[in-house]
Unconditional design. Structure first.
Length: 183
């Protein structure tokens, strides 16, 4: 018997490669189908959550009309309106880079430029530290401020979460800039 007789055939050598390629193709197609089927549901849920955030910021608003804003870091600008269509407030969603990623906040400004309410939105900051920006003791400091740039001297940053605190502050200043543009 020669060495040529003990070598695997080309089919035997390529079979695992072909099987893996087929498995990858089938998995890729299935993932694409699942993504296409769930994408509208995910978008609807995100929009519902956003509307709940806006309604919590301006509970007396009957509707929210989107506004065009070109400020970098501003992800949404809306005019909150009463049932008659008169403006009640401006809602700005802005974000800035924190320790674990983007730190988004939503701010409601009165038409004259006073912060009516503010909320820190979901983020990936360090649990127990950076996530403290959502606590009323921190985020509540912004309520009542005028729509003007704010510095760390104007508010108390969170000890141990300085990066997250400064990111929320930067997001607030972005919201102020966006408010000035859309008002």
């Amino acid at each position: 018997m020669s060495n040529a007789d003990t070598r695997p055939s080309l089919f035997e050598t390529m079979r695992p490669v072909v099987v893996l390629v087929v498995i990858c193709l089938v998995a890729g197609v299935l993932l694409g189908v699942v993504h296409a089927a769930t994408e509208p549901i995910a978008q609807a849920n995100a929009e519902k959550k956003a509307q709940q955030t806006y309604a919590a910021l301006v509970p007396t608003a009957a509707s929210f009309a989107p506004l065009t804003c070109n400020v970098e870091g501003c992800t949404a600008a809306l005019e909150a309106r009463d049932a008659a269509g008169s403006p009640l407030a401006y809602v700005i969603v802005a974000q800035s880079k924190g320790y674990g990623g983007q730190v988004p906040i939503a701010v409601a400004f009165s038409p004259d430029g006073t912060v009516l309410s503010i909320t820190a939105m979901s983020n990936d900051e360090t649990p127990g530290l950076g996530t403290k920006i959502a606590n009323e003791s921190y985020i509540g400091q912004y309520v009542g401020l005028a729509a003007q740039p704010t510095t760390a001297d104007d508010i108390d940053l969170i000890s141990g979460a300085t990066i997250s605190s400064k990111a929320a502050l930067a997001a607030f200043n972005t919201a102020v800039e966006a408010f000035e543009e859309v008002r």
